[in-house]
Write a protein that binds this ligand. Structure first.
Ligand code: FMN
Ligand code: SF4
Length: 410
């Protein structure tokens, strides 16, 4: 299958994760060995130079985040966000299931770099099988001396525990995740200081997505030049996507940044299922935009999507064929957000309910021009005033659908 890569994902379905041996034979922990010969400042420089941006959705520069965390003098908790609640997103599940040692290696590099002794992987509650795999792999890594005291004979002592997610989409948001870990209700919390300074139990915390941690070891191995030669100047390397919906070959794929949506859907995904026509795709999960045919040749990069006011989100790409109704899809999306809004703030709690009513009206072909303007007004307030990213991003689908498919609502 042309266009897909096998650098970050080379171990998927190729190694036995019951023992650590296959991971080691495939070059595992070479990155950590190299890192232990560098200073934390040098490690951060390598990550900054790679241009790595967080793969959890917000695309915050990883090097910058680690630099902020490293400035804090106390030890940090090293937190791995494997909550993966965004609809259509299932790429982190593959890392947990098919390459768990890579996650541990990335987190251990983080512990060395920012200063940390304890790590947590917060795994989506529904991922029970993956949780068992990770727990078993942790034991194997510990027995082989890659976790615990004086890792690889160095001064570094670090271990990882697993925490089960609280079962709500919002718990993937860092502050809500932390609240739920502390035993509170999983709702976002105001940040007076950065998480790097005050996070879990008020202690310094470095929080990253599964895929972000998994990219890090590569940057310190012989695969680094190959990995970094992929993509574009501003979006280097690869992205792991979860392709789903009406395509012939749905699945998890590693793609170079810069590939077009058309290539992803037709070459990697094998085209639209049952020979139907493409109608729209939703990029980055339920919080992402709906794009029409006119954007099929848009390169899949942070910068190209950014110019349109969109983000790549989590890497989910959901494809719909010509039998699907955009308006009915909007109803489903809004039902999701009404269900998942935690209710803490008015713009999100009430805004999503109003958008759902309007989505129904549109789907029933009863909407007026004033209704479409109301969608935009509500979206604007939600976007500017919601307390967390769930509320700010919730109207993206509806607003972009109106932009691309206005005629279809009439
Ligand atoms: C509603 C909501 C859900 C989120 N869910 C996840 C998630 O499941 N996994 C994740 O890594 N980040 C999620 N995030 C983003 C995190 O808040 C955070 O930005 C990310 O974990 C940081 O890691 P990164 O910099 O490596 O991407 C979510 C954000 C919001 C607003
Ligand atoms: S934006 Fe939504 S999910 Fe976030 S705090 Fe407000 S009500 Fe809760």
């Amino acid at each position: 299958m042309g266009k897909t890569l096998s650098i970050l994902t080379k171990n998927f379905k190729n190694i036995n994760v019951d023992t650590i041996d296959d991971y080691l034979a495939a070059g595992g922990y070479e990155g950590l060995r190299k890192v232990l010969s560098l200073t934390p400042a040098e490690v951060i420089e390598v990550i900054k130079a790679s241009g790595l941006r967080g793969r959890g959705g917000a695309a915050f520069p990883t090097g910058k985040k680690w630099e902020q965390a490293a400035r804090v003098k106390e030890d940090s908790y090293i937190l791995c966000n494997a909550d993966e609640g965004e609809p259509g997103t299932f790429k982190d599940r593959y890392f947990l299931e098919f390459d768990p040692y890579r996650i541990f290696e990335g987190m251990t590099i983080a512990a060395y770099t920012v200063g940390g002794r304890e790590g947590f992987i917060y795994i989506r509650e529904e991922y029970r099988r993956q949780r068992e795999i990770v727990l078993k792999a942790l034991e194997a890594a510990r027995a082989a001396g890659f976790l615990g005291k004086n890792i690889l004979g160095s001064d570094l002592s670090f271990d990882i525990k697993v925490v089960s997610g609280a079962g709500a989409f919002v718990c993937g948001e860092t502050t809500a995740l932390i609240q739920s870990m502390e035993g509170g209700s999983g709702r976002p919390k105001i940040k007076f200081q950065r998480t790097a300074v005050s996070g879990l139990f008020g202690r310094p915390t470095l929080a990253n997505n599964v895929e972000s941690y998994c990219v890090v070891p590569i940057l310190f191995t012989k695969d680094a030049p190959v990995y970094l030669s992929q993509g574009t100047e501003k979006s280097k390397g690869s992205k792991v996507i979860s392709l789903c919906g009406n395509v012939e070959r749905p699945g998890v794929y590693e793609v170079p940044f810069g590939i077009t949506l058309r290539e992803i859907i037709y070459e990697i995904g094998g085209g639209i299922k049952n020979g139907r026509e493409f109608k729209f795709a939703q990029i980055g999960g339920a919080s992402g935009p709906i794009v029409s045919k006119s954007l099929l040749d848009l390169p899949y990069t942070y910068e190209d999507f950014g110019k349109k006011g969109y983000s790549l989100g989590t890497g989910a790409i959901l494809v719909a064929d010509d039998t699907n109704s955009v308006a009915e899809f909007m109803v489903t999306i809004q039902e999701f957000f009404v269900h998942e809004s935690c209710g803490k703030c008015t713009p999100c709690r009430e805004g999503n309910r109003q958008l759902l009513k309007l989505a129904h009206k549109i789907a029933d072909k009863k909407a007026t021009v004033e209704d479409f303007l109301t969608v935009k007004r509500i979206a604007n307030v939600m976007n500017k005033c919601s307390f967390c990213g769930l509320g700010t991003a919730a109207p993206t689908a509806m607003v972009s659908a109106i932009q691309h498919f206005y005629d279809m609502y009439n």
